[in-house]
Structure formats: structure tokens, C-alpha cells
Ligand binder design. Sequence first.
Ligand SMILES: [Ca+2]
Ligand SMILES: [Ca+2]
Length: 618
Amino acid sequence: MRSTQLVFHIWRYLALIAIGVMISGGQGWAAAPEKRVALVIGNNEYKTVTKLEKATNDAKAVGRELTRLGFEVISVSNVSQKRMNQVINEFSQKVSGGGVGVFFFAGHGMQINNQNFLLPVDFELPNDVNDVADQSISLQSIQDKLADAKARFSLLVIDACRDNPLPRKAGRSLSLSRGLAAPSAPNGQVVLFSAGAHQQALDKLSDDDTNPNGLFTREFLPMIASPGLSVTDALKRVRSAVTRKAKAIGHEQNPALYDQTDGDFFFVAGAAPANTKAAPQTETIQRIDPMAVELSFWESIKGSDNSDDFRAYLNKYPVGQFIELAQSRLRRGEKAGGATRGSAGKVDCADCPEMVDIPPGEFLMGAARNEVDSGDNERPRHGVKIENAFSASRHEITVHQFAAFVEATGHKAEGSCNVWSGSSWENQPGKSWRDPGFAQTGTHPVVCVSWNDARAYTNWLSRVTGKHYRLPTESEWEYMARGGTRTSRFWGDDPGLACEHANVHDATTQSAHKFAWEPHECKDGFAETAPVGRFKANPFGLHDTAGNAWEWVEDCLNTNYVNAPNDGSARVTDDCGRRVYRGGGWSGPSSVRSATRTGNPPSYRSQLLGFRVIRALD
Ligand SMILES: [Ca+2]
Ligand SMILES: [Ca+2]
């Protein structure tokens, strides 16, 4: 109303990255090391517009990653306009003369008459358009400074929500512009916006989404570190992943890419061709075994028809050269008649679960940086050694088995349970393991059981059998779920193949429940839980480690694997108000992965959540 010419376009937060890169063009990499500098700014604490939650986290996460990748990082948070100008100038000077630079800003942004502005925390509510320009930093000015500084290459990524952060009661009539103002990037710069016009960039995918970063940043970070991945390809992957994940929950978010470069190029972080085999040390826990020894091992078993040989190979060489072949042989054996199943299980009492032996071994816990749908809480990927064999229940604990416990002990596992109401998840009184909101038989996995209930069950089993039953540690769980594999699922990386191996959120579930999130693109025949053991076993002979019911483990919920134990023990520090569960339930592709982890209070019950047990060998 104040001015019909006043056109605002506003983002909840906006991240700007100018990353120095170099053209590949098959020309290889500069012999002389380039100067690599990053400026990282995250603004959460706005004084007059909506405060943000994850902008600072996003900026810091990018800063940490760039530090790891060899950048000199200048990092500031919650900064004023004056301070922003100071650090931008400092940054521009440092990258001058062909340097390689990264500039990251996370915070509010605005688009005014096709110009883009970054907002400092001391931004005041504007009276007219000139107020905004005077109080903020224009994207164009930063691009100009980088161009003037003659940075070798620049990538500018704008992770931006387009919510209006201005309080409506402030009485300002702000008409939103139509369309994203394409930055007039000088040659050699690439600009990526995290969301299209009139689109909101998501901070989280659900209320249970505890990822400390917004959707865009969590997709962007792994791409920075992908060796040999060109920037264009990396950004296209980011764009695709963000679009897909947002769409899965009914949200439109389509990142926009503006490429003003002459050719393709690689992130500096991308391994130079000569370094592509130099995987991080944590990913080569078998390096002490000479390749020749492994080859000799493989030669000795490759003609075998005994699946135990291939299981032994996978156990000894979890990151070996032939794991795909070994896994293929195991799968083939399974199709040929279940020969790959583990040895016959043992049952310690009439109502006790069948237990199968799990061999000792080493494995890589967590997700690789480039694993689709993985989160930072699944990293760093690290080697874990399971020193001793143990026994694990072949299946999730069933309704029948849990009922025997309740009948014997009078344990009260009722109260309420988190169930899908048809439009949202609700904690509904009266829902319980006896009535989780859908039909079950005694051979279905028990759900609507809390961590406390699961612990009580293992204590009872121990009393009944005289053996020490317990929940697996998180490390033990992932070890047995992977079964020697290092792909995102025990059958490989393709979620579209889930329906042979797991009961998941599939076409059946989708037609029954119309969940807003992404289904697997296959049909497994079960809308909710399936009877245990209906799907193919993993290489250790365990069923339903992926999907069906999520499974409680012993550990407290940790934000990531920094300082995680490497001996298979439980981690009972950090957030012990929440315990971890793993494997995904009848859930979507992002959840049904070997590395997925989440948690809730030990009293939490959900119709997606059950457990399995382990014990020491006889
Ligand atoms: Ca299903
Ligand atoms: Ca499961």
C-alpha cells in the first residue's frame, strides 16, 4: 500500500557460497597449490524479524567440512551489517589474485525488484525499499568483489526460504515478486538457489527430524566432499535430492542453478585424479592385509558352493575387493534353496525366540558421505571390531513371544501408543501392543513396545533361561544388520529392490495409508507389519533387520559418531533421555537403510517400533 512499486521477495534464510573451483576440461589440476579461503556466516539471532534455528548450524557444518578439505576458514555467527562488510572485505582480499574462495552465508535474505540481499542480525524493519538495501548486503556486491578480486572460480549457493520474515502486524504491505531474480553472475561464477520462486526451503522433513541441518545443507555437504564429482553434477544431484525429498512430504522445493562458467569443473575438495584411491583411513580398516593375501583367499573360495565360505570372506574382508561378488554368490545360494541361511538356530525355551550365531568380525559403521539419504548423525564412518561371537534372534520379537512374557510376569505395557491417525501421528490412549491400530497375528513383530518394555522382556528371558539376554548395542545391531555388506541396504543400494528383502512403505502401504512421505517403488504386499521371516534373510541369516518394525538398541542417542566406541560396546553418554532405534519400520527409503538411526525417550511407544534380542554364545 505504501508503494506499489515496492516489491519484496523474502527468504527465511539464505546461504551464499562462493567456492573456488577449477576447470577440469581434462587439463588436470594446478601444480602449484592455490590459496583456499572460506568465509562462513550463520545468522540465527535476528532482532526484528523471525529468529532462525538452523542457519548457524548449517554455516558451521559447512565451515567444518571446508576446514577438513583444506580451506582457511573465517567463521562468524550472528553478525551485524558492519561486521559482515568487514569480513566480506577481508575474505575478498584473501582470495584476490586467482585464489580459491568459499563464502557461506546462512540467514534471512530478501529479493527486492530482482535484486538479492543478505540480512544481518541488526536489520531493522524497513519503511521503504531503500531501507532494506541500506541495511543489508547485496548479493551482487559480493559477486562483484569476487570478480574484482579475480578469484579463479566462484560458486554461489543461495539456500533460501521465501517466507516473509516480517511480522504481519507491522502493517506493511509487501507484494512478493514473481520469479527468482537470476543473479547476473560474472563469468566464472555459478549460483545455486536452494528453492524456486515462492517456495519455502525446508528445515526438517518431519517433527521427528532431529537433523541439525536444514534439508538443503544436509544434501549439499556430502557433495562437497565427493571425490571426482564435477561441480555441475554435484549441484544437479543436490537439486534432485532436495526436490525429491521435499516432494515426498508434499512440499515443492526446486533448487535453481545458474551456471556462468565456460566448462565443467570440480570442487577443490574433489580428489585429484591421482588421489582418487586415497580413501580416508577409517574406510580402509583392512589395509594391514596385503592385497595378495586377500586375492589368495578369494581364489580359494570362488568356486565353492558353500555359502559359509563367502560369509567368511565378507567377514574377513568387509571392505574387500570382491564383496559385491561374494554378496551376489550369497544371494544366488539363497535363491537356490536357502542354503545361505545360517546354521539352524537354537531355542532356549518353548516361547523363546530362535537364536542364530553371529561370527566375530570388523565392519565399517555409519554411512559414507555420499550415501543417498544419509545424515551427519551417521558419520564419521568408523571401523568397529566385534571381538566375540554372539547369538541374535533370527527375527524381531513376535506378538506371541511378547504375550508369553506379559502373561508370565503381569508386565504392564499398555497406556498409549503413537499411531497414524489418517492425517498425522498421534499418541493415542488405548493403543498398545495388543491393538497397535491395525490387525496383527501372533507371528507379527510386536510393536507399541517401549525401550523399557523391551528391557523388561530381556530380563525375563534371562531369568527363564539362565542366560544373559539383552538388547544389542547400536554397534552390534549395525554389524548384524549389515551381515558383512557395506552397501546402504544389505541387498545393495537400490531401494526399489526392497520388496524382495523387507516389508517397507511400499505401494501396498501407500494405497492403504496415503502417507505424505516417499514410498519404495515396489510392492511387498503388506500395508503394515508382516509376519516375521517372510522376506529374504541377510547374509547372517537374520530376517527383517531392514524394515517391518524399527528395533530398539541399548545406546543413548548421540548426535554423531565422533568419539564413538570401536569395540562394539554401548554408548551410554550424551542424550540418555532418548534411546536409539534402527533399521526402519514399514517406512520409506530414507529410513530403511543399514545406517539410519533415530531415537526417542525410553517410554516412547510407536506402531512402527519393536525390537530383537541377543545373548552371549553358549
Ligand atoms: Ca509394506
Ligand atoms: Ca526390523
